[in-house]
Structures are given as C-alpha cells and as structure tokens.
Design a protein around this ligand. Structure first.
Ligand SMILES: [Zn+2]
Length: 318
C-alpha cells in the first residue's frame, strides 16, 4: 500500500513536471511566433526611435551593439548606372568602404558590409544559396498581403512617386533575401549606397540634374517612422557638403517610396532602411579620382556624423 502511494506520488510529480516543461515550451514558442507576427506588419511599428537610442546607450553594458548593414548598390559585376569609364556599382563600393571606416570608429556600432572587393559577403552568399526559395515565398506572401490590404482600402497605393528602373527578377529576389537576412539577424539600420542617373537622349553627356537624396520606406510601412528620423539626421549633415537633388519630386530631399525593395518594398523590412543617392554619376566632382576621393570622404564622414547624431539624440553635434 505504501509502495503504491509512493509510485502515485512519483507519477504525480512526473505529470506535474511534464506539464511545466511542455507548458513553458508552448509559451516560449508562442512568444516566438508572436514576435514574428509583429515583424513588419502593417499598422504596427517594427522599430522605434526610443528603442534604437536605448540600444545604443546600453551597448557598452549589454554587449549588444547597434547593427548597421551597408549595402553598396547593385551586384558585384553588373547593374547600376554607367557613365563613360565610370561604373556606379564600383563607385558605390568605394564610398561604402569609406563609410564603414568612419562608422567602425564608434565601438557601439557593429558594421556589416554586404559586399566588398571580393564580391558578396560570404554570410550572405550562403544565405542566398540556402534561402532562395524562401525569399521568393517571402516576396509572394508579402505582395499578396499588401494587395489584399489595398483591395479592402486599408493601405493606399502610391503610384505617383519618382520612377525607378525595375530590378531584374534575380536581383529583386536577392534584395528580398537581404531584407529577410537583416530581419532575422536583427539589423538595426540598413544603408543602401547609390549614385543616381536618369534616362536621356545622350547618355554619354552629363545630364541636367544633380544633388543627393535619401529614399525611405512609404509612411504606411512598419519601419517608416524610425527610418524617417534617421534619414532626417543624416540628411541635415550631407546637406552641409552637397546640394539637394533638383530632379522634380526628388527635390523633397527625403522621399518615401512604396516600391523600392531596398527600403522594404511590400513592407518587408523590420529595421530602419534608407537608400542614399549621393549624387548623379556624371557630376564633375566624381570624374577625377583624386577629387572623387575627397568628395566621397566628405560624404561618408557626414553620413557617419548624421547617424551618430541620431543615436545620441542631437541634431548638430560635430
Ligand atoms: Zn543605383
């Protein structure tokens, strides 16, 4: 009799422990799913200014640095503007590398470069390989969801923005994959580095437009508010060394865009996302190597100061 009571007690304890373990596991997995659901979902902020500043302030104690992903625009070997001998994709890399040098000075930043002289970052290369199918699915699901919200009138389709040349499908999938990777790896700020151009009759001659601009997510996207705040801080610094674009619509300086995948098109980016067009590829100060180095150095420096200012909550700190 005593023995069976003992076994009963053991059984009860085992049931209790199992309930606790499985219960916790379920709560944990629910928590994980819940986080996922919150990620870049319409009408919910996926990132906030306060949260970013808190992360920056607490980085020395938490060891959790602010992750900044620099993406030199276009593929290592193709795409982007070309003007006489100059290739935008190479210039984007030159400028990105200087930007990385400036940002790395701040120990609170963890700087990741999407590509360098050797091509795509190997972390990304293997991610692309393993997740190509998921990236397509991610694109399709997000497209469907956005289309549905537009149909029921909850999201407004913006179709009168600045027109961009459409990325070929493979390039587009890679950009979605970069957004996925950045989301999964808690990247806080993504900066896409580009130089501008526009279609005109004589593509080998300089165009009429000049100046820089910053593209940010459409205001209806989850990462819009914080992206605008970061962009404003960076904008005010770059504007000290170069002029704002004079292309109609782009002359707003900071432009919300619904379609650019780089800044989270179809609401695909959780973190702050910006795409900086640092100038037009045919501008005189980019044609000569030495003058270009000075120009890029100053643009990279101002961008990094602008980012720092955002994180410390200042607007004009040097
Ligand atoms: Zn470009």
């Amino acid at each position: 009799m005593k023995l069976s009571k003992f076994f009963a007690a053991i059984l009860l304890l085992a049931v209790f422990l199992a309930a606790v373990i499985f219960g916790n596991a379920r709560i944990y997995s629910f928590g994980e799913k819940f986080n996922r659901v919150l990620a870049s979902v319409f009408f919910t902020d996926s990132v906030s200014v306060e949260e970013l500043r808190m992360k920056y302030i607490s980085a020395p104690f938490s060891g959790n640095r602010v992750k900044i992903l620099i993406v030199p625009g276009h593929e290592p070997n193709f795409g982007g503007a070309e003007y006489n001998q100059l290739k935008e994709r190479d210039l984007n890399l030159e400028l990105s590398q200087l930007l990385a040098v400036y940002l790395k000075v701040d120990p609170r930043f963890e700087v990741i470069q999407a590509r360098d002289d050797a091509g795509w970052n190997s972390m990304l290369t293997s991610y692309f390989e393993k997740n190509w199918g998921s990236a397509k699915k991610f694109r399709d699901t997000k497209r469907l969801e956005m289309g549905r919200l537009i149909d029921v009138g909850k999201v407004v389709r913006i179709s009168d923005g600045v027109s961009h040349s459409k990325a070929p499908s493979e390039v587009a999938i890679r950009l979605y994959a970069i957004n996925m990777w950045a989301n999964e790896n808690d990247v806080d700020v993504t900066i896409h580095v580009h130089l501008n151009d526009y279609p005109r009759r004589y593509q080998k001659r300089p165009g009429t437009f000049s100046g820089f601009s910053i593209y940010i997510p459409d205001s209806q996207y989850s990462n819009a508010k914080a992206s605008r705040a970061v962009a404003e801080s960076v904008f005010s610094r770059i504007a000290e060394v170069t002029s704002v674009s004079n292309l109609p619509k782009e002359d707003a300086g900071i432009i919300g865009d619904q379609d650019l995948i780089a800044v989270g098109g179809q609401n695909t980016s959780d973190g702050v996302s910006t795409l900086i067009e640092y100038g037009y590829i045919y501008e005189p100060n980019l044609q000569n190597l030495e003058i270009r180095e000075i120009t890029f150095n100053s643009l990279a420096k101002q961008t990094s100061i602008g980012l720092n200012n955002f994180f410390v909550g200042a607007s004009k700190v040097r």
